[in-house]
Design a protein around this ligand. Structure first.
Ligand code: NAD
Length: 293
């Protein structure tokens, strides 16, 4: 089965749109801070904006020059934290090299941190406490698995990659004592020595390393479930634009061996955006509830 992430994400977006229609008064609002003119960031922000607008979420884009100083960026975040009409704040990464992203992530009020990167939200997720925000890509992967009716309990999940935005939070989510968790999780990274053997042990192999077509057919056991998070641009002179987007999995050769696989594009990517909308809606609903009490 090729898991259609685009279709699942569209279904979730339709649910979000219908929920937002039930509310009168102000609309949910996401503020996006975009520093500099990094081409990939421009594309990501455009996609996120279009998705938000399609479900009825307002988007405010705060553009800042790449020369901005950290204090000016922090001042902008403070203003958005204090603005009662803003439900979510997203700082598009990466930031220019002279700005350390950590103080920026710390400055976003946890109840507006719809990316789920603030240490308070990370901590809540790790201890299994509800009410925080979970990072969009891991949450999207968990939705992708559950909406494909893939049972997780007792499965051996091998995750390649230990970044703070994908591998680490995903491991925390899938090992939790929850209906969509309860898996046995192994996390591997660039210093793991027996990668092929680890991959062959996986019932579910999730790859988030940023290495084009790294996972080959001989690294996958028959019937495994493969989730490919990678987004890599490789040269391809046969394409009009001269390049092609591929995942971390050698899709053509791996696909015949596995029971489920996500394509790139059209797998995890659309789910990440759907979860951003979902987190923004939850923040909006929380804020309305608070104003009532
Ligand atoms: P990162 O660069 O922060 O981390 C990469 C991780 O992979 C590191 O933990 C590193 O140890 C590990 N790694 C690298 N090479 C390895 C190797 N040869 N063997 C084993 N481990 C190796 O990356 P990230 O931000 O987690 O992103 C990973 C990939 O996922 C990228 O291609 C990125 O574009 C993509 N991504 C996609 C989405 C989406 O929505 N689809 C979201 C986030 C990231």
């Amino acid at each position: 089965v090729i898991i259609d992430g685009k279709k699942i994400a569209n279904d979730i977006q339709a649910e979000i749109r219908n929920t937002i229609l039930l509310f009168s008064g102000r609309k949910p609002c996401l503020a996006v801070i975009l520093v500099g003119n990094h081409l990939a960031s421009e594309i990501y922000v455009k996609r996120k904006t279009q998705a938000c607008e399609s479900v009825g979420i307002l988007v405010i884009i705060k553009r800042m020059p790449s020369t901005i100083q950290i204090n000016d960026l922090l001042a902008e975040i403070t203003a958005l934290n204090e603005d009662p009409s803003v439900d979510g704040i997203l700082v598009q990464l990466p930031l220019p090299a002279h700005i350390n992203p950590m103080p920026i992530i710390h400055a976003i009020q946890p109840d507006k941190d719809i990316d789920g990167f603030h240490p308070l939200n990370v901590g809540k997720m790790l201890i299994g406490e509800t009410g925080g925000f979970i990072p969009c890509t891991p949450l999207g992967i968990q939705f992708l698995l559950s909406r494909s009716s893939i049972e997780m309990t007792g499965k051996h999940v091998v995750i390649l990659g230990r970044s703070n935005i994908v591998g680490k939070p995903l491991a925390a989510l899938l090992m939790q004592n929850t209906p969509d968790g309860n898996a046995t999780v192994t996390v591997a990274h660039r210093h793991s020595t027996n990668l092929k053997e680890l991959c062959l042990l996986a019932d579910i192999l999730i790859v988030a390393i940023g290495q084009p077509k790294f996972i080959t057919a001989n690294m996958v056991r028959d019937g495994a479930i493969i989730i490919d998070v990678g987004i890599n641009k490789i040269d391809n002179p046969t394409q009009i634009q001269g390049y092609q987007i591929v995942g971390d999995v050698d899709f053509i050769n791996v696909e015949p061996k596995c029971s489920y696989i996500t394509p790139v594009p059209g797998g995890v990517g659309p789910m990440t955006i759907a979860m951003l909308l979902r987190n923004t809606l939850i923040s909006y609903q929380n804020r309305l509830q608070l104003n009532k009490t």
